[in-house]
Write a protein that binds this ligand. Structure first.
Ligand SMILES: Cc1ncc(COP(=O)(O)O)c(C=O)c1O
Length: 413
């Protein structure tokens, strides 16, 4: 059993649930900070000027973002509101959009973020808001890898990035516009647990760096290897060894720089899941037990709170906080009128009674952030277990007012 998957702050969860309505998310500050430190230290050992950006899409709660900023991370953002968050929190970093609007570019400029362009045609749009000093391009290397097919974000079927064969033309075009400093970026998949993948990404990126140099004379200043650092969701999966990864990235990096006679670019990465996933839990209670063709355990959370199981059929480890010694196979389901609203199917869990606490693990990243209001469901509170062991509410639960606030001429009174 991998302790990274099954660990949970049991006492804090039980205390929080004793007088607060479920469901809620609970995040642990100590875990967020230790994940940040592990990530930075592993890479900085081999790349002293290594820079990490947190992928804000993984979890955009400003209270959590402040902690991550305090751990010397910048931000990787990819929408108007995420760029605005970077502006408000004075974060440095990068804007990686795709099919980006002018409003988004303008907000990214206002936040002083480096623009990471997904398409060379975006260069001409940029001239309308002024030519930036620095620009980066997201490259599609023609191949991709991910924890599951829908998490693969490169290759011929992917909508992201500039095909690597066209990369030199894009840099050449930007150079003609007077841009002087350049970066390169790749994000080819998410939740990757294969350690060999990361040095491969860097190897490929450095081949493109060499190609660009040969064709345009440009020395690329920084290389962002993207996010995608996977976490185990199943207790039998192994956690990544970041020290190994960083060491193997260093080997490939030095080999490629030597082979192509490159001025070494500064290495960057933009993890989301690795920083937050195992620092958050979704806490809910059993509200109904139904003996149908099989046993359905209805809980007060639904997959609108955490859609990964519904969207990707993703596995999430579940702990039931009761003293039952008996186990039974149950499907853990929410209250949405869709049959994919199931957190677990036919899972062997301790026998439950109504009111028992059910905790879903690995809910810190791409969890609340992917939540939605389908079926008129509310999204729920978020709490932070601080370093002082205090519970801080960092988001209240939504109410009817929140659901209907955008509708004109409709009073709830
Ligand atoms: C551009 C970009 N960077 C970083 C990430 C973070 O990925 P992960 O959470 O897998 O590290 C994503 C996730 O989709 C992304 O699209």
């Amino acid at each position: 059993m991998n302790p990274d998957v099954i660990a949970l702050p049991k006492l804090a969860i039980e205390f929080a649930a004793s007088d607060r309505p479920t469901p809620f998310f609970l995040y642990e500050e100590a875990k967020i900070r230790s994940n940040c430190r592990k990530f930075l230290n592993s890479f900085r050992r081999y790349f002293p000027d290594f820079e990490a950006l947190f992928a804000v899409k993984a979890n955009a709660n400003p209270h959590l973002l402040r902690i991550i900023l305090d751990e010397e991370f910048g931000f990787d953002v990819s929408s108007y509101s995420e760029a605005w968050l970077a502006y408000k929190l004075k974060a440095s970093g990068m804007y990686t959009g795709n099919y980006t609007t002018m409003e988004e570019f303008k907000m990214a400029e206002k936040a002083k973020l480096i623009l990471n362009l997904d398409d060379s045609s975006a260069i001409s749009s940029l001239s309308k808001i002024g030519i930036p000093q620095v620009i980066s391009f997201r490259i599609n290397p023609g191949i991709g890898q991910g924890g599951m097919q829908s998490l693969v974000t490169a290759g011929p079927e992917a909508k992201f990035g500039i095909p690597f064969e066209k990369a030199a033309d894009a840099y050449g075009e930007a150079q003609k516009l007077g841009i002087k400093h350049f970066g390169i970026h790749m994000m080819t998949g998410s939740n990757v647990l294969d350690e060999k993948y990361f040095p491969l990404v860097v190897k490929k990126l450095l081949e493109v760096v060499a190609l660009v140099k040969a064709k345009t004379g440009i020395n690329i200043d920084f290389l962002d290897m993207g996010g995608g650092f996977g976490v185990p969701y199943h207790p039998t999966e192994k956690s990544l060894n970041l020290d190994h990864i960083a060491l193997n990235v260093k080997k490939v990096f030095d080999e490629q720089c030597l082979k192509y006679n490159l001025v070494a670019p500064r290495l960057m990465a933009e993890p989301g899941r690795y920083i937050m996933a195992n620092a958050g839990w979704l806490v809910s209670r059993v509200i109904s037990l139904k003996n149908s063709y099989k046993i359905f355990m209805g809980i007060d959370a639904s997959t609108n709170d955490m859609p990964r199981p519904a969207i990707y059929n993703a596995f999430h480890y579940i702990t039931v906080l009761n003293r039952s010694k008996k186990k039974q196979k149950v499907s853990v389901v929410g209250r949405i009128c869709e049959n994919n609203d199931q957190f677990a199917r036919d899972r062997l869990l301790p026998q439950c009674e109504l009111g028992d606490l059910v905790v879903i693990h690995n809910c810190g990243a791409h969890a609340y952030a992917m939540g939605h209001n389908y079926n008129g469901r509310f999204r729920h509170s978020e709490y932070l277990l601080t370093l002082k062991n205090e519970l801080q509410q960092i988001r209240r639960a939504e109410t009817l007012n929140d659901l209907f606030a955008a509708i004109p001429d409709f009073s709830l009174l």
